[in-house]
Design a protein around this ligand. Sequence first.
Ligand code: ADP
Ligand code: NI
Length: 222
Amino acid sequence: MNAQDIIALTASHVKEQMQGDSTGHDWWHVYRVWKNAIQIARSETADLQVVELAALLHDIADWKFHNGDSTAGSRVAREWLQKCGLPQSELERVCDIVEGVSFKGANVKTEAMSIEGMIVQDADRLDALGAIGIARAFAYGGKDNRELYNPNSEPVFHSTPNEYRQSKGSTINHFYEKLLLLKDRMNTEAGKRLAQHRHSYMEAYLNRFLSEFEGRDLAENR
Ligand code: ADP
Ligand code: NI
């Protein structure tokens, strides 16, 4: 199989596996990350096939839903790519990215990554920001029985992946624990620029949310 065929086959396999998920990891999330990654890769020198395959496989088995096992994703990705007959060196590069890409807590150190990994991570993070990021956060929060907002609970900056995974804070707190931190953690120049845009939109949204929460908007518009 040539490179394009492997990408197309992987896309349809992942689509079939992830369709209908409601935790924010459905096929359309993967589709957006794939497209974002291709766009970011245009301004970098990177192996586009590795970028595309890693973007497509990056959430194939999320560590948060596998008892914190951070190797589940790369294991599943490896099996699939072996079946496709991807050469070993490319396979290793894709699997390294799948294993390293996910956010594991505000104070959890991230490991060094290849340029292809940085691109996929930026593309994934962009999809957690902006209007789509807001929608995904509340969808995930609902699925995970989290409150929308509780003014009596403060955001927590988690130091271990398990603490982060098991926390039960509100979805609004998640903005402070993760989403608003992402713009300063982008890897590429294009990623930084796009993240800043989406970040500003979320800040405006949070101001509005907190204003409506206390009915201040009503008082101001009487
Ligand atoms: P990915 O692996 O795609 O980077 P995550 O698995 O961390 O993203 O999260 C999927 C989506 O769910 C993201 O948009 C993320 O912000 C949201 N999410 C993750 N954890 C929480 C949480 N505790 N509360 C609300 N939303 C969350
Ligand atoms: Ni993702």
